[in-house]
Design a protein around this ligand. Sequence first.
Ligand SMILES: Nc1ncnc2c1ncn2[C@@H]1O[C@H](COP(=O)(O)OP(=O)(O)OP(=O)(O)O)[C@@H](O)[C@H]1O
Ligand SMILES: [Mg+2]
Length: 399
Amino acid sequence: MTSSNTAQAEGPDAYREATTLELRRVSKTYPGSDRPVISDLSLEVGAGEICVLVGPSGCGKTTAMRMVNRMVDMTSGDILVGGRSVRARPAAKLRREIGYVIQQIGLFPHQTIGENVAAVPRLLGWDRRRTEARVDELIALVGLDAELRDRYPAQLSGGQRQRVGVARALASDPPLMLMDEPFGAIDPINRERLQNEFLRLQGRLRKTVVFVTHDIDEAIKMGDKIAVMKVGGVLAQYASPAELLTAPADEFVEDFVGADRALKRLALLRVRDVDLWRAPLVREGEPTAAARARVAESDLPYPLLVDADGRPLGWLSERDLARERVRAPADSGPEPVVDRDAVLRDALADILQAGTQYAPVVDGAGGAVGVLSIDVVGHFLAQGDTTEESPSARAGVDP
Ligand SMILES: Nc1ncnc2c1ncn2[C@@H]1O[C@H](COP(=O)(O)OP(=O)(O)OP(=O)(O)O)[C@@H](O)[C@H]1O
Ligand SMILES: [Mg+2]
């Protein structure tokens, strides 16, 4: 955040409300062609939601997006932004109200980064001070160094250019953002960072976003809702990521989400979402008879030694129970310990990595609250549960 007064007046709390978007039976046939590229497409996007359009190349994702800001005219049907038809206002005005991050970024090469970000505010006739303050604010908001402001796009890395593209689209604080493969041209590591940054930003800004990708993993990560499209602009399924992975509508969607869809679901869940095993907790110095009784009542063959505050110290073996009273084992610390707020996929990876079958689960204070076992994860996947949360919550954003 910048410290400028103008920027503060427009700080995050003053951001404009998101808006709803609805496509009603929209079709598009390009002139000179007899086949529609978009066929009877209907979608509703709630205010503040990220809707991802995903599908193979040429299925009409870019076309669908461009009809929203009228860069492409629909042949039939209607599109409503905030309940009003996009045809009810002049196209130029509409476009200034909708942020647009285009495929291949599309920065103006002969303008500096600052000038690029200022493009829409200038069109809107903002005065210089307000525009400058906004540019500073946005450059900071998307995580760019202030010194990049006076450089030209060719002097930036691919990831930096993508951030500029996002900053430019956010410049007029539009209630609706269209993002066409915004992270498409970026290496996997920077792409993941940009995705996380965007979700964190979205946790604060709560824009209504239409996000195009052809990468199903990106769709699952970014979307509140995902529209899977087939060539011809036919909607194959419109559902939440969890629904899509649990109940694909047809073979096309099933193929598109991939054979590992069960594993992908683990990325949508937290450890706390599954039924944990009760751990037989024991403390040093207590009678081993009591410890054995607790093991007999629990789901596990071994007791978990905890300290006075209930923090796990290690698993005990038969030998540790050989005496009259519980003794701490020589080697310390159960490996791994997983946090109840961890993403289930990461927790499972930790358990597999450690070559064990289960791990103690701890709460924020480090106290043991149960045990996660590979069996539980397998059982959970077999159930087809659809528990889930929003992408920004998954990204660890406190709304
Ligand atoms: N201006 C145009 N005139 C005629 N046909 C077009 C035009 N623009 C796009 N098309 C055709 O419409 C279809 C959908 O194109 P579109 O760009 O919407 O696909 P896409 O899903 O965004 O693909 P990609 O993933 O490759 O970006 C394609 O067959 C394309 O050739
Ligand atoms: Mg496209």
